[in-house]
Design a binder for this molecule. Sequence first.
Ligand SMILES: Nc1nc2c(c(=O)[nH]1)N[C@H]1C(S)=C(S)[C@@H](COP(=O)(O)OP(=O)(O)OC[C@H]3O[C@@H](n4cnc5c(=O)[nH]c(N)nc54)[C@H](O)[C@@H]3O)O[C@H]1N2
Ligand SMILES: Nc1nc2c(c(=O)[nH]1)N[C@H]1C(S)=C(S)[C@@H](COP(=O)(O)OP(=O)(O)OC[C@H]3O[C@@H](n4cnc5c(=O)[nH]c(N)nc54)[C@H](O)[C@@H]3O)O[C@H]1N2
Ligand code: SF4
Ligand SMILES: [Mo]
Length: 866
Amino acid sequence: MSTCTTCPYCGVGCGVIASADGTIKGDPDHPANYGRLCSKGAALGETIDLDGRLLAPRIGGQNAEWDSAINLVAHRFTDAIRDYGPDSVAFYVSGQLLTEDYYVANKLMKGFIGSANIDTNSRLCMASSVAGHKRAFGTDTVPGTYEDLEEADLIVLVGSNLAWCHPVLHQRIAAAKAARPGMRVVNIDPRRTATTELADLHLQIAPDGDIAVFNGLLAHLAAEGHIDTAYVDAHVGGFSAAVAAAECSDPRNSGLSTEILRQFYDLWAGTEKVVTVYSQGVNQSACGTDKVNAILNCHLATGRIGRPGMGPFSITGQPNAMGGREVGGLANMLANHLDIENADHRATVQGFWGSPTLCTKPGLKAVDLFQACADGKIQALWIMSTNPAASMPDAAGVAQAIANVPFSVVSDIMARTDTGDLADVLLPAAGWGEKDGTVTNSERRISRQRAFLPVPGQARPDWRIICDVARAMGHATAFDYDSPAAIFREYAALSVAAQSFGRDFDISGLTDLTDEGYAHMNPVQWPVPARQKGRARFFADGAFYHPDGRARMVPVAAPMAQVTAGFHLNTGRIRDQWHTMTRTGKSARLGAHMAEPYVEIHPQDAKTLGLGPAELVEVTAGGERSILRALPTDRVAKGALFAPMHWTRQRSAAGPVNSVVRVQVDPVSGQPALKSGRVSAKRFDAAWYGFVAATDPLQQFGAYCAIARTATGWQAELADKQPPADARAAFNVLTSIHGGDISEMRDDGAGLVRLALRVDGILRAVMFSAPRPVAVSRPHAVALIGTRAPMLDALSGRASASAPDPGATVCACMGVGLNDLRRAVAAGADSVDALGAATGAGTNCGACRPDLAGLLPPPTDAIAAE
Ligand SMILES: Nc1nc2c(c(=O)[nH]1)N[C@H]1C(S)=C(S)[C@@H](COP(=O)(O)OP(=O)(O)OC[C@H]3O[C@@H](n4cnc5c(=O)[nH]c(N)nc54)[C@H](O)[C@@H]3O)O[C@H]1N2
Ligand SMILES: Nc1nc2c(c(=O)[nH]1)N[C@H]1C(S)=C(S)[C@@H](COP(=O)(O)OP(=O)(O)OC[C@H]3O[C@@H](n4cnc5c(=O)[nH]c(N)nc54)[C@H](O)[C@@H]3O)O[C@H]1N2
Ligand code: SF4
Ligand SMILES: [Mo]
């Protein structure tokens, strides 16, 4: 039996066909992916086991019955509201909730508690795009569709690592470009990434150089006669002021040469079908909203919007980031794209909900919300489906703030997370594959997530947990739903009630959906009006949502370049992990891509810091520190660092990188500037390095300890300033396996210690340690765990004499030799990643990746050309 559902990761929103045995395939009929999947989607089957799941409610760390947990939450919220007012409580929710969950959470807070203190992790993600859209269009509309990416003649990717973060869209563009080689791709990013490989032109700007680039483009379009004056005259306001502001910017403040800028401007001006795709390099900035409007200005001025193959395209990160915006999950919005500030909108929503009270002003945005927690202004806090103690800037401060709230609740699927560890009450949520609902992807397409697994333990779907609490707070009728379909119908009916306001968001055509219809609902793009046909794109006809029906161009100024001491810390994602790794971290296959938290650093800076191969860097700011493996590469500029956001306290003793990302927000959207930390960096003076592989989960040990799943259990990379006083004691702490025989091999002169633990003849754990980064073949050590391998093999750290000679070591971290690599090439590995998959080489610090590239055969088209 297989079920059609939707991938729970990125905003591409791929359709998947899933079976209870864990088989996952791309859905060939889903219009987002037509059968394609990326590495994370393909590995979904490896992440649905029950290891580490939260399976019962917990109060103060003890398992509890649902009734007690629900009543406790309801009472503590009710008491706080009675004693301190509605604004003394808050929800912090997530773009990973389903639309139905999100709708009832928002309804409870805004309509029945009467506060707008509900904000979401979308504040860290999409808030600047939302604010930019509202300023330009009068509403938060994404005008285009995925097909535009295939029909465009020029795609400009701004602050987007599409190849790793929206891989199926990247595949679609790559296929379109292969079919139509005239298509051009430009990548604007201060860093060279996997996405840059697809680009014909890379604008390696200075951090936050985007406004200088797009203001320069607008001035160029105006100066050289590329304005669509008919469109602007009929539909767009603010043209002259925006152009005047653009003319005041010096494009060279972007850090680019006049020649490369000219090349880009000529290409943009001369190509009608252009789509500008943008993501977190734009949104997560202290000037993120202005960046968005700088981009929208160019599209509005040329009328290149809403027609096939053209338009600005803000792509969403989370599977339901878009749905959250629709139901009003942000503290400054009402449901169905209605506005809190508008009294008519409020009256309509209140009437429709039959609510006793409705918020009258926007609530606290994420950063302010946690500040209010720190300041003692929040008495009760409920966090759902997000992990702010790791994902917010100043993560350590946020953790303290949560701990400071008198009563905190976390709904999650996992028993241990950095945030869950701080909660008074833990509520077990049903996860992907166990619950039903809808999500909306980047192109406004609503798709069903469907259950194909039984709900484990006592877990409940989020919508039900929220309704249980709402009913216990006395709102029985308003939250008396028996299914997500019932919630969805109400949500669609609100579109009917709101119709007189003529908003862009309209799903009134889905109001009469029966349970059966909901069960079989096919992916559908909004708007879905009741009477006319829907439409794929917005704004080609110039009908905008400001009261005068016109769009606005917004004058924006480029920020002044800041010259300060230390390093600029840029952060983001890697291909095979999802955020705080609670799910993707379960897959050994996904973990093999990058097994440790690392930092990209320019080779010259690495030299200045005195970093040897595979050594560690200590990054500090505001009294906090993070320790990361150095990855010297000229993909980053001098003075710049890049670190992934994924590692948490659960996985790395040195803590999440957000500990050293200080708080700085965009003044319009409230979105934090997560890509511009100012930090100090120095070599972490380790005198002891270790590697452990084991059958069982490992415990943290020492200053640096990065834990990952392997095919045979677990592994950890270790380092500290001193060797442990007793290596065996350390081994026992790490593995916590009792009994068995420990064998030891040591070279006291060289400071090497190797330990192996065998229980009933089975190798359960090995540890290698040395005063330098440990050069041991990780794949070899990992492969022996759980087998009856001879002790000598286990302790030798590489294959035995009977196995082929690995050759001179090329990858120090993984202990892979030249002969191993040549054998892998002969067996068909044709890329650096394929070599990594076959041998493990280059998958840790990555410093040897250029050497790996040198071992590859030339590409086939080069051979054909000879
Ligand atoms: N593998 C994977 N995929 C994911 C996710 C994941 O966790 N893992 N998360 C999903 C989510 S929620 C999101 S929001 C998306 C994010 O998707 P992306 O935005 O593509 O990902 P990031 O790596 O955060 O950042 C993108 C790029 O912005 C660049 N950048 C930094 N500063 C600037 C700047 O000033 N200007 C410009 N132009 N660029 C800059 C960075 O160097 C980085 O390469 O990914 C989604 N997809
Ligand atoms: N430095 C830095 N920080 C960043 C970013 C960055 O680029 N750089 N990006 C930011 C962005 S764009 C985003 S979107 C955030 C993401 O950050 P978070 O939202 O904090 O990260 P996740 O790991 O996705 O957290 C989701 C949580 O929900 C749980 N969960 C999974 N399924 C369910 C479910 O069905 N129900 C419930 N109740 N829980 C569930 C998971 O176990 C996990 O604990 O990070 C932000 N933080
Ligand atoms: S591209 Fe995004 S939605 Fe599609 S399979 Fe990959 S993570 Fe899932
Ligand atoms: Mo995101």
